[in-house]
Design a protein around this ligand. Structure first.
Ligand code: IPE
Ligand code: IPE
Ligand code: MG
Length: 247
């Protein structure tokens, strides 16, 4: 298997058969920093740079949907200075995304409960999402204060409220209708979920949507993740046989 191996640049990837949707759990920033005797915030800064490169590269190869896990509902447990550093990096990235929007032509959306964020940062997220909505070839979703369980509760509450308001009937709930209450409404489920850093768990990421996703794990920490690693993951994906419960 290819797990954790140094990428071989020449592994053939069929760019005509890309997965439609790749999701990445951007993990390992802290360990990357610790190994270099840097503060954890240095790891997050390096991770933000990786994200810039990978988002640009996915657009270049023609991927339609890229989703990244940037901050979970559980990540508030971290020291305040670390959380502040992550939010600052996000703000810098969004300022830059606004500035370079015409050049990049990437639609960006945010999945998660943005209400606890600093109002300025929240407004910036909304502005980026709104102004980039016209670019539909490459869609990047940033999961921010996102939790799969929280998303399911949010959807259940939304449906219950619609029932209480007489807009829906409990008996009409189907998987498709429930999906329309999720943050991911209208976006196909991820085909491939990549987690760097050696951890092999979902950590509350896309619990509903991951039902038939393929997984790819690598020991490389996110700041060291290069386009070759992405190609390696896509290559591994292209060797899989997906059955979706069939034969
Ligand atoms: C991922 O890297 C970034 C966030 C969760 C915000 P970590 O900060 O979790 O890095 P490790 O897992 O401690 O190495
Ligand atoms: C998952 O990573 C969340 C993000 C990458 C944003 P964590 O580092 O928070 O997950 P655990 O704690 O190792 O499960
Ligand atoms: Mg981690």
């Amino acid at each position: 298997m290819l797990f954790g191996k140094k990428p071989k640049a020449l592994d053939p990837v069929d760019l005509a058969q890309l997965p439609q949707h790749i999701a990445i759990i951007m993990d390992g920033n802290g360990r990357w920093a610790r190994r270099r005797h840097l503060p954890r915030s240095g790891g997050h800064a390096a991770g933000a740079e990786t994200f810039r490169n990978i988002a640009t590269y996915t657009k270049e190869i023609g991927l339609h949907y890229l989703t990244v896990y940037a901050f979970s509902t559980e990540n508030w447990k971290r020291p305040k200075d670390e959380v502040d550093a992550i939010m600052r990096l996000l703000r810098d990235y969004l300022d830059e995304a606004l500035r370079d929007m015409e050049k990049n032509q990437i639609h960006m959306a945010f999945w998660g409960d943005l209400s606890p964020l600093d109002p300025e940062l929240r407004a910036l997220c909304e502005r980026v999402e709104f102004t980039s909505r016209k670019y539909d070839k490459c869609n990047v979703h940033i999961c921010l204060n996102y939790g799969g369980r929280d998303e399911l509760l949010h959807a259940a509450r939304g449906f219950a409220a619609d029932c209480a308001a007489g807009k829906r009937e409990p008996g009409e709930l189907t998987e498709a209708l429930f999906g329309s209450y999720l943050y991911t409404a209208g976006v196909p489920d991820p085909d491939l979920i990549i987690r760097p850093s050696g951890e092999q768990r979902l950590s509350n990421f896309l619990l509903w949507q991951a039902a038939y996703a393929e997984f790819y794990f690598t020991d490389v920490c996110w700041p060291d993740f290069k386009k070759e690693h992405l190609l390696q993951a896509i290559h591994a994906y292209q060797l899989r046989q997906r059955r979706f419960g069939g034969t």
